[in-house]
Design a protein around this ligand. Structure first.
Ligand SMILES: Nc1ncnc2c1ncn2[C@@H]1O[C@H](COP(=O)(O)OP(=O)(O)O)[C@@H](O)[C@H]1O
Ligand SMILES: [Mg+2]
Length: 264
């Protein structure tokens, strides 16, 4: 659970997209504090601005108004302390699994060649990909690709990791396995902050310390629901915890209300 000062703050963040057919207000006056070490999950109706928020936090997009603070300082431009895992795995098809994981470390000048390889191999083992080090993207299942995508970002130990529906296209069982692995990896990295977007409420609750429910577009925070479930969590049984249902109902009540207002 997070504590202390926020590592990321959104202060009145708005974003307008100018388009020939008229302006789209994607976000309007969004405020949010995310604390160091927290696992925050975000749900909201399709098109409400979830991906836009992550793009603004990492610095790929500028807010039209409002500010992003990183450790209390106004942040602009790409923030190198933030890792970004998107739904598309973006693995280099001409590099092996090992080379893909090593690449990020190389780009950031982490360690020697042998240290980078050792770090990459350790992570590959941790997500059960032993024996696949020398495989290429086309030789991997969707779940394997997404495992590589995640450890590739974790490898260089960013302070904050943004994940945009990373398990979206996976089948239900693979999804649970990846959720369990993500929780393990996060637990081993004390102080790492995760902001995880999903449209799956069970996933949002099973993983998160808090679930942020966004409003229909223009997006802002409608409700933040604390997830008072003990950790470490067993992803396979957490939904049988007596509190789980009540939390689910509360998140759903807010989300359903916003979905009613979504025309997309
Ligand atoms: N680059 C862009 N140009 C124009 N409109 C955009 C752009 N990116 C997103 N939008 C619009 O902004 C809104 C929010 O998009 P997005 O953040 O992708 O939503 P979500 O991730 O919640 O589904 C949508 O209406 C989308 O069409
Ligand atoms: Mg999106």
């Amino acid at each position: 659970m997070g504590s202390g000062d926020p590592i990321i703050s959104l202060r009145g963040v708005s974003r307008v997209f100018r388009a020939a057919r008229g302006d789209v207000v994607a976000l309007s006056e969004m405020d949010l504090d995310v604390y160091e070490g927290e696992f925050v999950t975000v749900v909201g109706p399709s098109g409400c601005g979830k991906s836009t928020v992550l793009n603004i936090i990492v610095g790929l997009l500028e807010p039209s108004s409002g500010q992003i603070l990183f450790r209390g300082q106004v942040s602009s431009g790409i923030n190198k302390e933030i890792g970004y895992v998107t739904q598309a795995d973006n693995l280099f098809p001409w590099r092996t699994v090992l080379e893909n994981v090593v690449f990020g470390l190389q780009m950031r000048g982490v360690g020697s060649k042998s240290e980078r390889e050792e770090k990459a191999r350790k992570l590959i083992t941790q997500v059960g990909l032993d024996g696949f080090e020398n495989h290429y993207r086309h030789e991997l299942s969707g779940g394997m690709r997404q495992r590589v995508n995640i450890i590739r970002t974790l490898a260089y130990d960013p302070k904050v990791i943004l994940l945009d529906e990373p398990f979206g296209p996976l089948d239900a069982q693979t999804r649970l396995q990846l959720q369990a692995q993500l929780l393990d990896l996060w637990r081993q990295r004390a102080g790492t902050t995760l902001i995880f977007i999903t449209h799956e409420l069970n996933e949002a609750i099973a993983l998160g310390d808090r679930v942020v429910v966004m409003s229909a577009r223009p997006g802002r925070v409608r409700e933040v629901v604390p997830v008072d479930l003990p950790r470490p969590r067993d992803i396979y049984t957490i939904n049988t915890d007596p509190n789980f249902r009540a939390i689910y109902d509360r998140v759903w009540e807010h989300l359903a209300e916003e979905m009613r207002q979504t025309t997309e």
